[in-house]
Design a protein around this ligand. Structure first.
Ligand SMILES: [Zn+2]
Length: 155
C-alpha cells in the first residue's frame, strides 16, 4: 500500500496515527470517486495506488472535475471502441482517460506508469507544460515526478 505521505520516519505515535488515518480517508475518497467509472476491479486497485500518491493539487484537479471520465475496455472484444468523453464545463473541454484491460498481467511498474502517464495527459489537458514542450515528454516527466518512471524495458 502506497502512502500519501512518507510515514516511515514518523516517530511520534499521535502524528503517525494522523497520517495513517489521513491515508485511509484519502483512499476511501478515491475509491468512492472511482466507483462511477465502473473500472475492472484489478485495474481500479492500480488506479487507487497511483491517484493516492499524486500531489494533492493534481488529485483534486481530477477528482473535482465533473467533466473528467475514466474508462476501460478490452480491445479483444471489438476492433473499434467507443471512448466516452466528459461534458465540457466552464469553457474547458471534457477530459477522459481510457485504459486497456489487456494491461492485466503486465508488470506492475508498467501498469502504474501507463496510468500515471495518462493521468498526466489529462492534468496537462494533452499539452506540454510550456508552449514548446512535447506532450508525451511532459506526461512522462510528470509521471516520473509522481514516482512512476517510464520502465526502461519494453513490455
Ligand atoms: Zn502519451
Amino acid at each position: 500500500m502506497a502512502f500519501v505521505f512518507p510515514n516511515e520516519s514518523i516517530q511520534n505515535p499521535v502524528v503517525k496515527y494522523f497520517f495513517l488515518a489521513y491515508n485511509v480517508f484519502v483512499r476511501q475518497k478515491i475509491e468512492t470517486w472511482l466507483l462511477a467509472f465502473q473500472l475492472d476491479e484489478w485495474l481500479c486497485a492500480h488506479v487507487v495506488e497511483v491517484v493516492a500518491v499524486l500531489p494533492k493539487l493534481v488529485r483534486e484537479d481530477l477528482m473535482t472535475d465533473p467533466s473528467f471520465i475514466m474508462h476501460d475496455y478490452d480491445p479483444r472484444d471489438r476492433t473499434v471502441t467507443c471512448v466516452p468523453v466528459g461534458m465540457p464545463s466552464r469553457g474547458k473541454p471534457g477530459r477522459s482517460v481510457s485504459l486497456k484491460r489487456t494491461l492485466n498481467g503486465r508488470p506492475i511498474e508498467f501498469v502504474r506508469w501507463v496510468i500515471a502517464h495518462e493521468l498526466a495527459h489529462a492534468h496537462l489537458r494533452n499539452r506540454g507544460r510550456s508552449i514548446d514542450e512535447d506532450p508525451e515528454t511532459a506526461a512522462d516527466s510528470l509521471a516520473a515526478d509522481w514516482g512512476f518512471p517510464k520502465p526502461v524495458r519494453r513490455f
